[in-house]
Write a protein that binds this ligand. Structure first.
Ligand SMILES: [Zn+2]
Length: 237
């Protein structure tokens, strides 16, 4: 056995024993059923582990992760995971969680070519393009952080507009979608105040969240820009 891997297996045995000692019956109970109240949609970055950050045990948060925490309307992997979480596990909260210092967001912002992932990160580049008037005027150092936040807001909107959430809300099922960003430098989560829990709230919450990232005055009252920025059309804002 490779010693690196043996260390992981040894760690696992110690962890399982300590967990069972702290909470007898823990694994027997979990093996029968999971009933998490939360779903986490986050970046694949190894520095952003959902359970540790939120102090949750196994069985308490259902997790989907990919590069740059993107939810694409045609991504059957993400949609299937969200559907299972909402319709079978009946999670109450879905958190889309970005993080500052995201290499995927940085690559999308600066047009850095990576390889196959360029095509995936095109979705983040689209976000940047749609909101360029809120981003491009900022100092270079701020642009990346703001794109991390705006990307989360866009993905919250994508989750809310998915057939899974629309159908859940039409049934009267209580489930809310939230947007957070995690700071690698301080370990803290920031709530982006973009919670969507009803179909009628989606456009208003989305627009209010984006208004926190003002455009320079010259571009502030351009209806065409509004429409291009939000994708919801000029009548929405
Ligand atoms: Zn990342």
């Amino acid at each position: 056995m490779n010693p690196d891997l043996q260390a992981l297996l040894d760690n696992n045995r110690r962890w399982a024993a300590a967990t069972e000692a702290r909470e007898p019956g823990f694994f027997t109970r979990l093996a029968q059923q999971q009933s998490p109240r939360y779903m986490w949609i986050g970046c694949a970055d190894s520095r952003v582990p959902a359970n540790e950050i939120t102090g949750l045990d196994p069985g308490e948060v259902f997790v989907h992760r990919n590069v740059a925490n993107v939810v694409v309307h045609s991504d059957l992997n993400a949609l299937s995971t969200i559907q299972f979480a909402v319709e079978h596990l009946k999670v109450k909260h879905i958190m889309v969680v970005g993080h500052y210092g995201c290499a995927g967001v940085r690559a999308a912002l600066n047009g850095i070519r990576i390889g196959l992932a360029d095509n995936w990160l095109r979705h983040v580049q689209d976000v940047r393009l749609r909101h360029r008037k809120r981003i491009d005027h900022l100092p270079a150092a701020e642009q990346e952080d703001i794109l991390c936040e705006v990307n989360v807001i866009e993905q919250v909107g994508n989750v809310a507009l998915s057939t899974v959430l629309q159908d859940a809300w039409a049934r009267g099922q209580p489930v809310a979608v939230h947007g957070w960003v995690y700071g690698l430098k301080d370990g803290l989560l920031k709530n982006l105040q973009v919670t969507m829990d009803h179909p009628d709230k989606v456009v208003g919450v989305f627009a209010a969240a984006l208004k926190r990232y003002p455009r320079p005055p010259a571009a502030a009252h351009d209806a065409a820009t509004d429409a291009a920025d939000t994708g919801f059309g000029p009548a929405s804002l």
